[in-house]
Design a protein around this ligand. Structure first.
Ligand SMILES: Cc1ncc(COP(=O)(O)O)c(C=O)c1O
Length: 367
């Protein structure tokens, strides 16, 4: 997958036009630009979280107590632990789930190799490789599903970690829950299975899709989640992990960042804001149906997504489509190794998706 930094520079001229400072371009979407690339929730953060953050901001001159004793962190842990029937010792907080994934790969990846689908979210995998961890990538099946049979056959004593995103990014497809449970049970005695559930809250049945029940049973796995997606807090960098206490302890040793007081405050108040969560799910589903209709209108068949993005074979060179869309101010994603014709469209606000509809139809008519 294209690295995020390269991605931004690929769009440099469009993305930065009209904004004074490159560092702000992540936040300040230029007038007229529609950004459907990073699987964010543009309706976030929760208004209740914003109100609480405003109270804590003036205190930000100070370190938030200590990494181990921080009341708002405990409130968040209480809430997550109660929902998942876990204890605090089964949880860590990280600076985005990325940091937790990196830490887990540092803790466990160097004990052997890492096995992962060839097409998946891979920022942390590239990081681990740069530090000398060997990563083996297993092609997806022809239906774009993760090939658990092939992966299972490859797990031997040399494999230390299996990483899976469920649902997968960029396909948006969940892995069959029963098959994944069986896979985890069969592979668990040999390797740590990391199940990255960044989009779990957006699936049709989050409880069924989650592998957290296996964490409860004390098996060898780590489930990660994030506040960057349904909670609409990507800019505040908060994620968390759930695992057996020894896995939490080993992983947490590799987490460097001090807890982010503003992020934790927002995370806690977002996590308990059920109205906002429902609103976000509804908007994502409404937006997804709009994007799917746009794609169907031009004769394309989107991959059935249970996330806030849609993957589709455009039937032509996807980078050409992406560039043509960017020229008209609509940023979408493409450039996936082995899938040169595929586009990934993230949800924006509904008005952004109406712009996408107009521009995409125009671009597809001429590319
Ligand atoms: C599957 C998956 N995992 C993790 C992440 C990283 O999220 P975070 O913002 O929590 O670091 C992403 C972001 O796009 C993702 O798609």
């Amino acid at each position: 997958m294209m690295k995020r930094r390269n991605f931004i520079s690929a769009f440099g001229t469009v993305a930065l036009a009209g904004s004074a400072m490159p560092a702000l371009s992540q936040y300040l979407i230029p007038e007229g630009q529609v950004r459907l690339v990073f699987n964010e929730n543009p309706y976030g953060p929760s208004p209740k979280a914003i109100a609480e953050v405003q109270k804590i901001l003036p205190l930000s001159a100070y370190y938030p107590d200590s990494p181990y004793d921080y009341p708002i962190r405990d409130d968040l842990f209480d809430a997550i632990a109660a929902d998942n029937q876990l204890k605090h010792e089964n949880l860590f907080i990280s600076s985005g789930s990325n940091e937790g994934l990196q830490a887990a790969l540092m803790a466990y990846g160097r004990m052997g190799s890492v096995l992962t689908p060839a097409l998946t979210y891979d920022a942390h995998l590239g990081y681990a490789e740069a530090l000398g961890v060997s990563v083996s990538r297993v092609p997806l099946r022809s239906d774009l599903q993760v090939d658990l049979d092939a992966m299972e056959a490859m797990v031997d004593e040399s494999v230390a970690v299996v990483y899976l995103a469920n649902p997968n990014n960029p396909t948006g497809l969940p892995i069959d829950a029963d098959r994944l449970r069986a896979f985890c049970r069969s592979v668990g005695p040999k390797a740590l299975v990391i199940v990255d559930e960044a989009y779990n809250e957006l699936t049709d049945n989050p409880n069924r899709e989650s592998m957290v029940d296996l964490v409860r049973e004390g098996e060898n796995r780590l489930v990660t989640r994030t506040f960057s997606k349904i909670f609409g807090m990507a800019g505040m960098r908060v994620g968390y992990g759930m695992a057996r206490s020894d896995i939490i302890e080993n992983t947490f040793k590799h987490i460097m960042a001090w807890p982010n007081g503003v992020g934790l405050t927002a995370a806690y108040h977002s996590y308990i804001d059920h109205d906002f969560i429902k609103f976000s799910r509804d908007k994502v589903q409404e937006g997804r149906a709009m994007v799917q209709k746009t794609l169907a209108d031009v004769g394309l068949t989107p991959v059935p997504s249970q996330t806030n993005f849609v993957f589709v074979d455009s039937g032509r060179e996807a980078m050409t489509v992406r560039r043509a869309m960017a020229d008209e101010g609509v940023l979408i994603n493409a450039g996936y190794d082995g899938y040169p014709q595929y586009l990934r469209i993230s949800m924006g606000k509904l008005e952004d998706l109406r712009t996408f509809d107009r521009v995409f139809k125009r671009v597809m008519a001429r590319t």
